[in-house]
Design a protein around this ligand. Structure first.
Ligand code: ATP
Length: 454
């Protein structure tokens, strides 16, 4: 896109340089497609999940929280269809011994002849496609035998369905109501890649919304819009976000309608989140396999029914990546190049940096006093290392929206300069005003400066 300077390589380099994300097991040469989050990456992803919880639970009274176990009874995956159907078709090449997704061959490269897709190089010798289950298998207990097989969950959703009855009896809710969960999921992806976009271990943010069957379509539409709006309110540029309805031949076995929210990553338009109308498939399947009744009895009307389910399913890592990509910017300021993350202030890992101009004359002491006053209300960082320009650049690169500089005047009149990350405007404020001003700015609606003036 013209004017958009971001590339995946620049994001990976910035993440490494500023300690957001590191390749995992690096001292042992790394383990393909696994990553570790460093300090700022943890804070960013925590803020993404925090905003999701806020939208799902804190701002409403019809959704409750759940945290189910990663290891579940193997029958869960039989009932959900994952044991039989959670597969990708794979082909092996007998010449280079590499394995490829049969349905992605056109997008892949032959390792021996990279200008050609696998199967089209001069020596390629592909097997027929075979189904490969994406679930990680493990064993529960000390003995490795078939009776002890368990799976790492490939999605968090099934943990919600199997707790439907528990939640219904404790939460005092009736349909329409939802159960929300955030947690790790695992898939033995064959072609992971593109940094944290597709990994084998990742975090999902999923919510199952249980509704009377006659209301399913209306809630399906509601959640598509609500989830699209969530990304836009958190600063994603609307021209980089699209809702795409699945074609009939793309639909999963359980779904009567699915729309993907796609983001325009540097790798092209790709799924950020799926919103699916799952009908009564899940509750019926678990009722059948477990022998438990999973339905709702409305005492007022005497009606008994199996609720239908609308599911918005997002990835925390993918969302964090999209926010990083959308925020990344470069510009020239006073003849110098700067890289800046124009993150929504609520997503920024650090909200304010307090910087004494010099490391003497009582400036560090006042700066520490300001840090102590701000710490109870927002994430703040004290930084006295290096020139002021260098410190600003460091904060710009991690997306800190406000810089508070203590200088010689501060000691005379207890005022500081407040620097805005995006406009670079500097204003003089009394120290006592800082908590109120910053709290108000943090709560205010925000628009990406990359969109230009409104
Ligand atoms: P894809 O088509 O990209 O494989 P999916 O349709 O299988 O994704 P869902 O099962 O709908 O994905 O999972 C919901 C969300 O979980 C996805 O939109 C994505 O954000 C996230 N997600 C799924 N697989 C991965 C992965 N391997 N790595 C990171 N995030 C993932």
């Amino acid at each position: 896109m013209p004017g958009d300077v971001v590339t995946m390589d620049k994001i990976v380099a910035l993440c490494k340089r500023r300690g957001f994300v590191f390749p995992s097991s690096e001292i042992y040469g790394g383990l393909g497609s696994t990553y570790d989050y460093g300090h700022y990456g943890v804070l960013l992803k925590q803020n993404v999940k925090g905003e999701w919880w806020r939208a799902m639970v804190q701002d409403r009274d019809d959704i409750v929280a759940l945290d189910s176990a990663i290891l579940q009874h193997p029958k869960v995956w039989e009932a959900s269809g994952h044991l039989a159907g959670f597969t990708d078709p794979l082909v092996d090449c007998r010449t280079c011994t590499q394995r490829f997704r049969a349905d992605h061959l056109g997008d892949l490269q032959c390792p021996r002849k990279p200008s050609k897709p696998p199967g089209q190089g001069p020596d390629c010798d592909l097997t027929d496609a075979r189904d490969f289950n994406l679930m990680f298998e493990t064993h529960v207990g000390p003995v490795k035998e078939s009776a002890s097989v368990a799976y790492l969950r490939p999605e968090t959703a099934q943990g919600i369905f199997i707790n439907f009855k528990n939640v219904l009896s404790f939460a005092r809710k009736k349909p329409p109501f939802g159960i929300a969960q955030v947690g790790k999921s695992f898939r033995n992806e064959i072609t992971p890649g593109n940094f944290v976009f597709r990994t084998r271990e990742f975090e999902q943010m999923e919510m199952e919304f249980f509704v009377p069957p006659g209301e399913a379509q209306q809630w399906f539409e509601y959640w598509q819009q609500a989830r699209y709006d969530w990304y836009v309110e958190l600063g994603i540029r609307p021209d980089h976000l699209v809702l795409r309805a699945h074609e009939a031949d793309e639909l999963s076995h359980y779904s009567s309608g699915t729309s993907d929210i796609e983001y325009r990553f540097p790798i092209g338009w790709s799924e950020l989140e799926g919103v699916a109308n799952r009908g009564d498939f899940d509750l019926k399947a678990h009722a059948e396999h477990s022998g438990e009744k999973l339905e709702y009895f409305d005492q007022a009307t005497g009606e008994r029914y199996v609720p239908h389910v609308i599911e918005p399913a997002a990835g925390a890592d993918r969302a964090a990546l999209a926010f990083l990509v959308d925020a990344y910017d470069e510009e020239e300021v006073a003849g110098e190049q700067r890289t800046v993350l124009r993150l929504h202030p609520r997503l920024a890992p650090v909200k304010a940096a307090v910087l004494p101009l010099v490391r003497k004359d009582g400036q560090p002491e006042i700066a520490r006093e300001i840090v102590a006053a701000l710490r109870p209300i927002l994430a703040v960082e004290y930084d006295e290392g290096g020139s002021i320009g260098k410190r600003y650049r460091r904060q710009d690169e991690i997306g800190t929206p406000w810089g508070i500089t203590v200088d010689h005047q501060t000691l005379e009149d207890r005022t500081v300069t407040l620097r805005d990350r995006d406009s670079l405007a500097q204003e003089r404020l009394a120290i006592d005003e800082l908590p109120g001003v910053l709290a108000r700015r943090l709560a205010a609606p925000w628009r990406s400066p990359k969109l230009g003036a409104a």
